[in-house]
Design a protein around this ligand. Sequence first.
Ligand code: FES
Length: 248
Amino acid sequence: MSARTLTFEIFRFDPQLPGDSPRLERFELEETSGMTVFIALNRLREEQDRSLQFDFVCRAGICGSCAMVIDGKPTLACRTLTSTLSPKANRPVITLMPLPGFELIGDLSVNTGTFMRALSERLGAWLHPKAAAHSIHALETPMDPQLADSIYEADRCVECGCCVAGCATAQMRDTFVGAVGFNKVARFALDSRDAREPEDFYHVIGDEDGVFGCMTLLGCQDNCPKDLNHQAQIAYLRRKLMLGARIL
Ligand code: FES
């Protein structure tokens, strides 16, 4: 089978460049075996336009840097094979856009770092240890393996921002915590070493900017490249918070 010619329609705009305006630019590239969108973008930058901006670090779905909207779906460029995009078309047109809901740095590059840091500070997303944990002479308390697995599951989040980009509520209301924030809270709400009680978490996410603002549209779950079960986490947090506040 002969190689396909891929046409990329890529969002271009450099907010730092006076007079620049948002537009789509077309690029063509021969598809190669095992090509990912990340590989295609690198080739386009090396061979056709050195000013093309996009992010990557790990190339293995671990850092979350390469998230963008590919043919309308927020996902990771390094884990998206071009062969999966319009697989039956000989000359597919692939559209690449930056993630909405984040500050645009340029073209496909957005600033998720400032957003994630502010979210962590707002939610207190770090371990608040129980008093006994401060003693270096205290014996380490073993953790139940099932609990450790649950915490590990939440820790798989790479903070790529796809859940925020895919969430209609987060796009309409930038004060909404969103799935990545709920995941951070759930991780510490689960942790038996954390001193915080349900009431403490209630003060942080117990309103409509928190878990009670989720409209269950499932955008977070449908677009999570790590297949995290965000809706189960939201249900867990709602129940834990309501029990803590004695609403249930
Ligand atoms: S480059 Fe790290 S997740 Fe894609």
